[in-house]
Design a protein around this ligand. Structure first.
Ligand code: UFG
Length: 337
């Protein structure tokens, strides 16, 4: 298939590009490089020995997106592009609604105009909020409680309405849990700009000497060791889930929702200790106050993805941290080096 990846130069997009190219698909990446580097795509080509097409541009440029869809004979879109920092979204919500929601509307209009009606969308476990009880099931109520999460909820609703209005659409909503790790080659990985918001990138930067110490956000939660529990999954497993979802849509119309997680939770301290094992020495850390908005513990019930897609996460926490560390150690300054 000819597949367009919006935001394909980013962390999850670049790993998915590897899996798609290795499965024999042709890949076109549309990315504005606002939070990604084109170097990631050069390395995707190096890893796979195959070439891809890169277009620098904005999803909000509907005419450009239509041209790309037509010129490359695109069969399916995997839509990663969007802003993703929870804290920032509470400060500049309009930016989040413009890029994430209006950007998706523009993309969908371009797809409709060019008769491309297959889309796999990057949603998030964050849509469940506090109403659901772990393990989260796709049918549980959604209750996102920050602007970032609400953009994901709105986009899920838009796609559901679009699918209901016209049965030619084939739509997958993938609710990611906590993606970590890197391609085992160490050539591509997560390269956050500024201070990392997320746990594993932060630990990795402490381990490589870019930051002094990890602050563990609270150890007085009602969990086995008092720190928050999340469902971390390897980015290569996540990438594989996208390709399986896209393949499923080739035979199934309608709107489908799948959780992508391992189905088991790990605490902040477990992740830290796994990372220390990978590095071979202790990583400086201290316990600080809770981070506002954090939920004590959640993880996926990913059995629907197993039933429908034959997808199951295969990689352990130790493989995630070892691969993440290999990438960080070989690229201490990310793609900028
Ligand atoms: N944590 C720390 N110290 C840090 C960073 C994180 O202790 O420096 C803790 C957090 O408190 C949390 C756990 O590590 O308990 C995981 O935090 P992350 O920020 O890595 O991930 P979250 O589960 O909070 O998920 C967040 C958003 C999601 C979003 C995801 C990926 O809530 O909506 O990041 O961007 F999808």
């Amino acid at each position: 298939m000819d597949v367009l990846l919006t935001g394909g130069a980013g962390y999850i997009g670049s790993h998915t590009a590897v899996v798609l190219l290795e499965a024999g698909h042709r890949v076109v990446v549309l990315d504005d490089l606002s939070n990604a580097s084109q170097e990631s795509l050069r390395r995707v080509e190096e890893i796979t020995g195959r070439s891809l097409t890169f277009v620098r541009g904005d999803m909000l440029d509907q005419a450009l997106v239509e041209r790309v869809l037509r010129e490359h004979g695109i069969d399916a879109v995997i839509h990663f592009a969007g802003k993703k920092a929870v804290g920032e979204s509470t400060r500049v919500p309009l930016d989040y609604y413009s890029v994430n929601v209006a950007g998706t509307l523009s993309l969908l209009r371009a797809m409709q105009a060019t008769d491309v009606r297959t889309i796999v969308f990057s949603s998030s476990a964050t849509v469940y909020g506090e109403l659901a009880v772990a393990p989260y099931l796709e049918k549980m109520p959604r209750d996102a409680f920050n602007p970032y999460g609400r953009t994901k909820e709105h986009i899920e609703d838009i796609l559901t309405d679009v699918g209901a209005a016209d049965d030619r659409w084939r739509i997958a909503l993938l609710r990611y849990f906590n993606p970590v790790g890197a391609h085992p080659s160490g050539r591509i990985g997560e390269d956050p700009q500024g201070i990392p918001n997320n746990l594993v990138p932060f630990i990795a930067q402490v381990a490589v000497g870019r930051r002094e110490k990890l602050v563990v956000f609270g150890d007085d939660y009602d969990t086995p060791d008092g720190t928050c529990v999340r469902d971390y999954l390897h980015v290569m497993d996540l990438a594989d889930g996208h390709v399986r979802a896209m393949d499923y849509l080739a035979d199934h119309g309608g709107v489908h929702i799948w959780n992508l997680g391992t189905g088991r939770g790990h605490s902040v301290l477990e992740v830290l200790h796994s990372f220390e094992k990978a590095v071979g020495r202790p990583i400086p850390h201290e316990v600080g106050p809770r981070r506002p908005g954090d939920i004590a513990a959640f993880w996926a019930d990913a059995s629907q993805a197993l039933t429908d897609l034959g997808w199951v996460a295969t990689k352990s926490l130790d493989e995630m941290t070892a691969d993440h560390w290999r990438w960080q150690q070989q690229n201490p300054d990310g793609f900028a080096a």
